[in-house]
Design a binder for this molecule. Structure first.
Ligand code: AMP
Ligand code: MG
Length: 412
């Protein structure tokens, strides 16, 4: 089923409000197996709105409109639909009764201006609003079904779930979504390895989304029913896993910190972190995972040399001879964190996040990583380059540290 989304409101085109309705609807509709053909965003001006509705109803099976159903003069959706349908606005008594009841429940009388919210184009149907005053509107326009919902995001979602979702689910078959989280490949390298799966128009629909250092392969599989869609999705997931090997961190909810936690729990082991340039970001990502208290014991943030000495036992001689950003220092940070916490593993990072503080020998973007375990201590070095922002350097460092730990756990 082809769907067009229309977002109405001057606040949306002037940058005062982000059009979260369209993105939420895009996700929900795609999730139902519908094909979103486009999103149109327009200010509260009647003629362009009528034109947009005409165009949308000509191209899509379903047109989903949000906004412009309020009681004020700039709320034009019902007038626009009436114009499109060449119909008059007529009073919908049940909607008016519902609005009156809502006001009465709050001990108020309904202002006359709310009366207009119960006006519906003749031949259209009111869609009940589970949590607010304005009913939605459902109408047939040519071969398309047009659905208009309030702009307030909570009301829109409640109405969509109660009344629109069932309309689509009945017609669209089933879709299964999978996410495959990868680490360590560039988007182009990854794209080449699965290029045949990413052909436009293919089912499953496969695409990539890069965020910081992780790239997620997103997959939408359609089928006549759930089982058929799932079988298609499973086949692609298996193919992608075999092509990307150890670069695959996990599938669906198994993000990098979740994968690390699962590997530690399998081994009955625990982890501590000793962070300098990331300032606790590795620990934050770990603690984002519910239940991580089972495997995460200590997060040391040791930003100053004195903190590295006092909390982790890094030696003054090491700091003086090699500096805080050095392999020697992260080794002592990791070993100190491991010994002092009693955890089985410790991660340590120290780097130059910039924008200042770089030298020829130690440029901005240089990060040292240390990993301590009963089996030994090892180090890695990374040069992110000076073009990344401080935030991006720190974020990627946190992800890279977790990924090296994941690979070490897989080998150990
Ligand atoms: P309306 O239904 O046009 O009266 O919209 C009511 C309120 O909902 C607006 O003032 C916005 O704050 C919000 N809103 C409307 N459209 C959107 C949208 N597409 N995304 C997010 N918020 C919206
Ligand atoms: Mg509005």
């Amino acid at each position: 089923m082809d769907v067009a989304i229309v977002s109405l409101g001057t606040e949306l085109v002037t940058g005062q409000t982000v059009d979260t309705n369209a993105s939420w609807l895009g996700g929900a509709l795609t999730g139902l197996g519908a094909h979103v053909r486009g999103v149109t965003v327009l200010p509260d001006v009647l003629d362009p709105i009528v034109d947009a509705l005409r165009e949308a109803t000509a191209m899509a099976d379903l047109v989903v409109v949000t906004g412009g159903l309020g009681p004020t003069a700039d709320d034009l959706t019902r007038i626009a639909i009436a114009t499109l349908l060449n119909a008059d606005l007529v009073l919908d008594e049940p909607s008016l009764a519902h609005i009156r009841t809502l006001f009465a429940d709050r001990g108020r009388t309904m202002p006359e201006s709310n009366h207009v919210q119960a006006m519906i184009p003749a031949g259209a149907a009111a869609i009940p609003n589970p949590i607010g005053t304005a009913p939605g509107i459902r109408a047939k326009a040519g071969r398309a079904t047009l659905v208009a919902m309030p702009g307030v995001p909570g009301e829109m979602r409640a109405m969509f779930d109660a009344s629109v979702r069932p309309l689509i689910a009945a017609r669209a078959g089933a879709t299964v979504h999978r996410r495959i989280h990868t680490f360590g490949l560039t988007e182009s390298d990854l794209g080449e390895r699965i290029a045949d799966l990413m052909t436009r128009g293919r089912n499953p629909d496969v695409g990539t989304a890069a965020k910081s250092a992780t790239i997620t392969v997103r997959l939408h599989a359609h089928g006549a029913d759930e089982a058929e869609a799932r079988a298609r999705a499973d086949a692609d997931v298996a193919t992608i896993r075999s092509r990307l090997g150890l670069h695959v961190v996990g599938v669906d909810d198994e993000t990098l910190p979740v994968a690390v936690g699962r590997l530690l729990v399998q081994r009955g082991e625990t982890l501590a972190t000793a962070e300098s340039c990331t300032g606790g970001w590795i620990a934050k990502r770990i603690v984002d995972v519910p239940g991580s208290s089972v495997w995460f014991t200590h997060g040391y943030v040791t930003y100053a040399d004195s903190a590295k000495r006092d909390l982790l036992g890094v030696r003054s001689e090491t700091l003086n001879a090699h500096g805080a950003v050095s392999a020697e220092t992260v080794v002592e940070m990791a070993e100190g964190a491991r010994t002092r916490s009693g955890a089985d593993w410790a991660i340590a990072v120290s780097g130059i996040a910039g924008p200042g503080g770089g030298t020829d020998e130690k440029p901005v973007g240089l990060v040292h990583f240390g990993f301590a375990h009963a089996g030994g201590t090892f180090v890695h070095e990374r040069r992110w380059g000076h073009t990344l922002s401080r935030t991006e350097i720190r974020s990627r460092t946190a992800w890279a540290a977790l990924n090296w730990l994941r690979l070490a756990l897989l080998r150990a």
